[in-house]
Design a protein around this ligand. Sequence first.
Ligand SMILES: *Cc1c(COP(=O)(O)O)cnc(C)c1O
Length: 462
Amino acid sequence: MTQQTTADLQRLDRAHHLHPFTDFKALGEEGSRIITHAEGVYVHDSEGHRILDGMAGLWCVNLGYGREELVEAATRQMRELPFYNNFFKSTHPPAVKLAEKLSQLAPAHVNRVFFTGSGSEANDTALRMIRRYWALEGKPEKQIVISRENGYHGSTVAGLSLGGMAPMHAQGGPLVPGIEHVRQPYWFGEGREHTPEAFGRLCAQAIEDKILALGEENVAAFIAEPVQGAGGAIIPPESYWPAVKEVLARYDILLVADEVICGFGRLGEWFGSQHYGLKPDLMPIAKGLSSGYLPIGGVLVGDRVAETLIEEGGEFFHGFTYSGHPVCAAVALKNLELMEAEGIVEKVRDDLGPYLARRWAELGDHPVVGETRSLGLIGALELVADKAGGQRFDKTLGAGNLCRDICFDSGLVMRSVGDTMIISPPLVITRAQIDELVILARRALDETARRLGITTTKEASA
Ligand SMILES: *Cc1c(COP(=O)(O)O)cnc(C)c1O
């Protein structure tokens, strides 16, 4: 193969490649950054830069890059059986073994999994199961799913309808009917006139109000991410989930915990639901399931729903060609085995999570930072123009994107959601690499402040 230069690749990319969640024209003018290889927590681009990947790819490369064991698992399985389906009364060892492993790791009442190719397909599957379940229970009028504004459940039509992303809704055409949204527990963004505790309870109350307005007899399920990821690493106030649990306990509706990001150690437990003591009926999973090495997702199905689907359901007319793909399943199984063998989840809970919390909070003294928050290995900081008053930057300044670009150019992937900067590093990051991440983030904040004309303490005292 002839060596293609960065400019060649950018030209071809512009000519032929439509990127996800991208302004095609603007990217064409700017040109893509081309990532060529990676190891551990670092990615490298075609111009020789090494970049600390504070986003674990896209919330998924939990074991880090370059794990030979995963490469070997894929190679071995490709040689043995690269594909066979799970339709028509057949299966294969990787799908069965992965299903068993997931049942072991999941909460006690969750013993089955339906495989998909992605998190979006997992949420589509959850919606199918919810509606099928209530129909089989003789309550077909229980159809409505309550979801949250600014939640993210994927980008298929059902996924974006379940999600609460306003820009996606605006482009998605008529959405899947029977999905109602309630306010999100985003204290810094929407609740600062209350204490966080009071605001958490208000947001839980909004769910109950919605159930009462719709009539319990019409409500099928409530769906939520334990911690919102794409919405801005939104960690709800401590009062939120206990209050939501109380609300849900009063009504007969299903709980769907979208674990696509929170699952597999991100919050220091195997599942985010365990951190918050939730007992979900369905848990969509993907991303960290295979550390992103191959695409695979699924829905973990609690006994209540599974037993009805199995005992009463007859054929469930749903599935994907790649449901339980053998190579993806083999890699996911090896990924989970490595996580167990290396005690990754415990390390996040007992060491790395608390360490990140301490170091990350130090950024709270920066003049453009209005709040820092983290839980396990997910974190966010809020950019503000006026620290004392907590005033946001004028939207037209694009402070978040500016900070993100500065980060990337200076060797750190930190993503922006509006003016919220978020991190979700690989779970194998070390304390020293967390130190490096915090140093790079502070430098980027300094530069962001400088370009936006905010005086930093350093300059003030100089
Ligand atoms: C990423 C994500 C999805 C969608 O997963 P895809 O694999 O991109 O389809 C769904 N839910 C949550 C919480 C996610 O973060």
